[in-house]
Design a protein around this ligand. Structure first.
Ligand code: NAP
Length: 516
């Protein structure tokens, strides 16, 4: 069996014990093993801070952008290999794997382009200058300079490729070296990507390191100039962000956690209208893409009571057409959950939801998958529930079931009530709204905007990719339970890795100093 190595302090390092086994979640066959026992994380941090950081800061934004562009191209050339690994280790269908792998390449290329546009600069100017006294002899400007530590990137199991790329692209462009830690259960894709990136020879030494397995004492070694960017469950986030050394040194911590996203059908979107059709198509896809293992997946489906019957029926019919099974079978439209633990957690979650909701489609039990050995594989067929008590604080608003599971919540149709329901989940990554009524949409923004990181509008004629895609030009992250973090959003995504410095003095000195 393949043993995955970590890449730390300039060399590949293999552990000799404490291995976790990586499986094919469709067949439960072992694929590889991973452990970081014995890794010297102090040396890794020294290498990042002492070698990687200075090398990156010596490069302009343009030079860093050029490298990101080349990395994107290099990884695209290995697309087929990465999709194979994604199918084997993540149970991803071709399109699910492409969503992850192509999303990674696109994000690297996007940030490469931003870097090229910034050219020779080594830091960013933030906003305009302002006179502080009677004349320009006292003037202020804000500059954003790279932090001088390391960025530790802890990623979730569901997007091994994109998760690596979206964090790495921003840190790298900002001039900060990365130590990347993929989730162990699905580390094969990220491990191979890092191998490819390092083999390319495009990166300065120390710019990228990889941990497979646990982080040991690495988090406890982070200090004032370091950054922790975490994606995963709210429970792990809570434990990590409370670490004493992070609090004492005010270490920047960016958290992307879980989210009970809502799709909202507007009262004007009657059955047969374009927004209604888009709603049904999008919600079914957002429930089943990557078997619902997306932080941006739709978990709560808000439907005006007048359209609840038609919408539920249309969704159930669409979900019935999704074949669950081993993605190696070309007929399969939805793969398994990633691990046995995820399946157990999802089944427990469905049981919790069913305490206050009714089953509309699915069984709430493990299924056998098409093209998989009987009794093997972590399969759960699409599962649709409906709540008779949408305005009560039931598990539907609190329990994230990380699988192809969502609940219909009938509501009055007013924007105010829709916003109230959106807010009941305590903060979400994305809300999607299907309507052509600008007043109703404005009411939803006014009421729910503070509770969601992104609002995706599916109106007549809109041609978006659906609410599940976190695109590099738009911010990704959400308030409250969703972690309170912010990633991507163009140059905003560099913010965790930069220090804002207010420069004050004579305008003739301050403006050039800021690079304005
Ligand atoms: P998880 O169990 O919290 O794990 C996330 C990552 O944290 C993994 O790499 C895990 O490593 C690591 N980890 C766990 N305990 C740690 C510790 N004590 N110290 C350092 N690292 C630690 O979450 P998950 O099950 O992988 O991911 C599913 C969750 O992520 C869902 O709730 C989903 O909503 C959320 N998610 C959010 C976003 C977003 O952008 N907001 C994106 C994707 C997923 P090991 O694998 O080695 O345990």
């Amino acid at each position: 069996m393949k043993t995955l190595a970590s890449y730390l302090a300039g060399r590949w390092q293999t552990a000799d014990r404490d291995f976790r086994i990586l499986l094919d979640p469709s067949t439960e066959e072992p694929l590889a093993r991973a452990s970081s026992t014995g890794a010297d994380f102090a040396a890794a941090l020294d290498w990042a801070r002492g070698t990687g950081g200075p090398a990156l800061r010596a490069l302009s934004f343009g030079a860093r952008g050029e490298i990101l562009k080349s990395l994107s191209k290099t990884l695209r050339e290995r697309r087929a290999e990465l999709l194979d690994l994604s199918r084997a280790n993540n149970g991803a269908t071709e399109s699910d794997g492409a969503f992850d792998v192509d999303g990674a390449g696109g994000t690297l290329a996007f940030y490469g382009g931003l870097g090229l546009a910034l050219g020779d600069r080594r830091w960013l100017v933030d906003g305009d200058g302002l006179q502080l006294a009677r004349t320009e002899a006292f003037w202020t400007r804000h500059a954003l300079v790279p932090k001088q530590g390391a960025a530790l990137h802890v990623n979730a199991f569901n997007f091994p490729a994109w998760g690596f790329a979206e964090k790495f692209a921003c840190a790298f462009l900002a001039g900060v070296p990365s130590i990347v830690k993929p989730a162990t259960a699905t580390a094969l894709v990220a491990h191979r990507m890092v191998e490819i990136v390092l083999e390319s020879g495009l990166l300065p030494a120390g710019a990228l390191q990889l941990v497979v397995g646990a982080t040991g004492d690495l988090v406890d070694r982070l200090g004032a100039q370091d950054v922790l960017a975490f994606t995963g469950s709210a429970a792990t986030a809570r434990e990590l962000r409370g670490r004493a050394n992070l609090l004492a040194a005010s270490v920047r911590v960016n958290v992307e956690a879980d989210s009970l996203n809502a799709a909202v059908l507007g009262p004007d979107a009657a059955p047969g209208s374009a927004p209604f059709d888009a709603f049904v198509r999008d919600v079914a896809r957002e429930m089943t893409q990557k078997a619902g293992q997306k932080c941006t997946a739709v978990r709560r489906i808000l439907v005006p009571r007048a359209h609840a019957g038609a919408a539920t029926e249309a969704l159930a019919a669409r979900l019935a057409g999704v074949v669950t099974g081993n993605p190696a079978d070309p007929e399969v439209g939805m793969g398994p959950l990633a691990t046995a633990a995820q399946l157990t957690d999802a089944l427990d979650g469905v049981a919790e939801l069913l305490a206050t909701a009714d089953l509309v489609a699915g069984t709430g039990r493990r299924a056998d998958g098409r093209g998989a050995p009987a009794g093997k594989g972590f399969f759960l067929a699409p599962t649709l529930l409906a709540s008779p008590v949408p305005l009560e604080l039931t598990p539907v608003h609190e329990r994230e079931v990380f699988g192809p599971v969502a609940t219909v919540l009938p509501y009055s149709g007013t924007a105010e009530e829709a916003a109230q329901l959106v807010a009941m989940a305590g903060g979400t990554l994305v809300t999607s709204a299907y309507s052509d009524d600008p007043d109703w949409l404005a009411g939803l923004v006014a009421g729910a905007g503070a509770w969601t990181g992104r609002l995706y509008v599916g109106s007549t004629g809109a041609e978006g990719f659906g609410s599940g895609a976190a695109l590099p030009a738009s911010s990704h992250g959400g308030p409250g339970r969703a972690g309170g973090g912010e990633e991507l959003g163009g140059l905003r995504g560099l913010a965790p890795y930069l220090q804002r410095v207010a420069l004050q003095g004579h305008r003739g000195v301050v403006d050039p100093l800021a690079g304005a």
